[in-house]
Design a protein around this ligand. Structure first.
Ligand SMILES: NC(=O)c1ccc[n+]([C@@H]2O[C@H](COP(=O)([O-])OP(=O)(O)OC[C@H]3O[C@@H](n4cnc5c(N)ncnc54)[C@H](O)[C@@H]3O)[C@@H](O)[C@H]2O)c1
Length: 254
């Protein structure tokens, strides 16, 4: 028996990183997963990995979720695959970094669109589907950057957008409670994904600068975020809504 038996979960950004691991962990727990991404080939690899492990997953890609029309069509298709939606896991995002005076208006708009519009669009269009099943769960992936500032790298757009995700989650929880929807945010610290590991290469100084703010002095692993998400998505977390959970090795504790 899995903790997510019978649940239909839409996960965005399943082509790699935390989203791929989320598809693996949620299906291991018995969920049927619809996974969407802008990267079609890598998303298909995730579907293959899940199915080989005996999980039930359908991929929908490519889809650019910064476009509200594509987000709406994705949600409609996703709800059709297994006959409804119980959980929306807003994981997909991308961002740009740079100091305030050098951060262009385009950098700003791109980052806010990718980090704040995507989870709003997907949640907004999924809302009636969750209500139709008697409620459900919205999990928004924010960032510790939404809770504290940071200069490695400078992150004005990332900070602002993720503070927005945390605030948006509280409001979704407030409006969702009467219709049975719980909304929670998870704020990861530095998480090492295959892509970021490749990008950092053997740059020890950069790795140390990034992990210095954590108490544990290391990167987190995707599964350390995703296992919490699986718990929050389950009925075991039935009294949890409106909360934001740092998963950051203690970085926001001091
Ligand atoms: N890795 C970290 O250190 C870290 C820290 C804090 C927060 N986060 C957050 O965690 C989440 C997952 O990040 P990750 O580290 O796995 O990164 P990632 O880049 O590996 O994963 C993001 C996924 O989203 C997809 N995506 C991006 N833009 C899209 C779009 N317009 N439409 C559809 N899909 C799109 C990407 O293709 C990718 O597969 C993100 O919300 C990120 O902001 C990550």
């Amino acid at each position: 028996m899995g903790t997510l038996d019978g649940k239909v979960v839409l996960i965005t950004g399943t082509a790699g990183g935390q989203g791929r691991v989320a598809a693996q962990v949620f299906t291991r727990e018995g969920a049927r997963v619809v996974g969407a991404d802008i990267q079609a080939a890598a998303n298909a690899e995730t579907v293959e990995l899940v199915r080989r492990a005996g999980g039930e997953m359908t991929g929908i890609a490519p889809v650019d979720l910064t476009d509200p029309g594509q987000a709406r069509r994705l949600v409609e298709r996703a709800a059709g695959v297994y006959g409804g939606l119980d959980v929306v896991y807003n994981n997909a995002a991308f961002q740009r970094f740079g100091p305030v005076p050098d951060f262009s208006v385009e950098d700003w708009r791109t980052t806010v669109t990718a980090e704040l519009d995507i989870p709003f669009f997907v949640s907004k269009f999924a809302w009636p589907h969750l209500v139709a099943r008697g409620g459900g769960v919205i999990i928004n992936v924010a960032s510790m950057a939404g809770m504290i500032g940071g200069h490695v790298p400078p992150m004005v757009g990332h900070s602002a957008a993720n503070a927005g995700v945390i605030g948006m989650t509280r409001q979704m929880a407030l409006e969702g409670a009467p219709v049975g929807i719980r909304a929670v945010a998870i704020s990861p610290g530095p998480i090492l994904t295959p892509a970021s590991d490749r990008d950092l290469g053997d740059d020890r100084a950069a790795r140390d600068a990034i992990t210095a703010k954590t108490l544990l002095k290391r990167f987190g692993r995707p599964e350390e975020v995703v296992e919490l998400a699986a718990f929050l998505a389950s009925d075991r977390a039935s009294y949890i809504t409106g909360a934001n959970y740092p998963v950051d090795g203690g970085a926001t504790a001091w």
